[in-house]
Design a protein around this ligand. Sequence first.
Ligand code: IPD
Length: 262
Amino acid sequence: MAGSANLNVMMKTARKAGRALLKDFGEVENLQVSTKGPGDFVSRADRQAEETIRDELMRARPSYGFLGEEGREIAGEDPTRRWIVDPLDGTTNFLHGLPHWAVSIALEHKGQIVAGVIYDPVKDEMFYAEKGGGAWLNESRLRVSGRHKMIESIFATGLPFAGRADLPDTIRDLARILPACAGVRRFGAAALDLAYVAAGRYEGFWERGLHAWDMAAGLLIVREAGGIVEPLNPDGDIMVDRQVICANEPIFETFAKVIRAS
Ligand code: IPD
């Protein structure tokens, strides 16, 4: 798809950061056997990737604001536009040498996400969308899955770790959904979970405790692939409550009823 100038900047930037992260990922395995471990190295790689992304985006569009996972927010001269960036979504996977992580870049205009890019350098998969232009994976148009039976459907979520307060809710969700579906996956990178719903690899995804940078690009990509995206609490707001539920159209209602029953 021939994208806008902004989309081209986002894809070029994601590839550049992705190439550097891929090189660092190759080092992680060696570091795992060292006494210091790979923790500091990965934090550095994560911060460096954000710097690369920020420099590229700010150079191309100096008036836009910037919100990244690793740094403080930068207000732009143009208050209506800002980049929302997760330089490395799936940090824990990266740290453990698991090849499932991505760079996520979104562009927000007047409070709405208008373009999103999620790049998985290991698989060289570039998921992207612009508002009204459909969703894409590399050169192919994306469409959410056509499955309509819960029992044949696969869902993804995030499991709360390190003492997060939403553990009981998630356990209740799992107790209800597991008997009713073909499986639940926890792959550890929310941006890719959303991209996979858009690609029809899962029928749906839900998670609590996410941040804007984990979700921003993915929400647009799912919507542009024909999926339904809502706040987990129907009266809430995805970004404010930091909770989301999404699925293909035939499954959404049943799936949401099961998850929202807690
Ligand atoms: C994390 C991943 C994970 C999700 C966590 C996020 P990070 O992002 O997306 O799948 O369950 O809530 O914080 O820290 O790797 O960028």
